[in-house]
Design a binder for this molecule. Structure first.
Ligand SMILES: [Zn+2]
Length: 65
């Protein structure tokens, strides 16, 4: 599964702003918003939405030797 990067520090993101493509890690979320009620967990988004975005990102093929 593709990993989203935090917009600020480029750590692995865990949260996204609803209806946007801004992603944040837990730490930056707390710094920026104070709480996470504005945000959704990326995990939950991905469970609901099996979009084309995600499929394209998963097309990176790992080659075996
Ligand atoms: Zn961050």
């Amino acid at each position: 599964m593709p990993v989203k990067k935090c917009l600020i520090c480029e750590e692995d993101a865990k949260y996204a702003i609803k209806d946007s493509k801004d992603y944040y890690c837990e730490e930056c979320t707390q710094d920026q918003f104070g709480d996470i009620s504005y945000l959704v967990k990326i995990e939950e988004m991905q469970q609901k939405k099996t979009g084309i975005d995600q499929l394209e990102e998963e097309q990176e093929v790992l080659k075996e030797e």
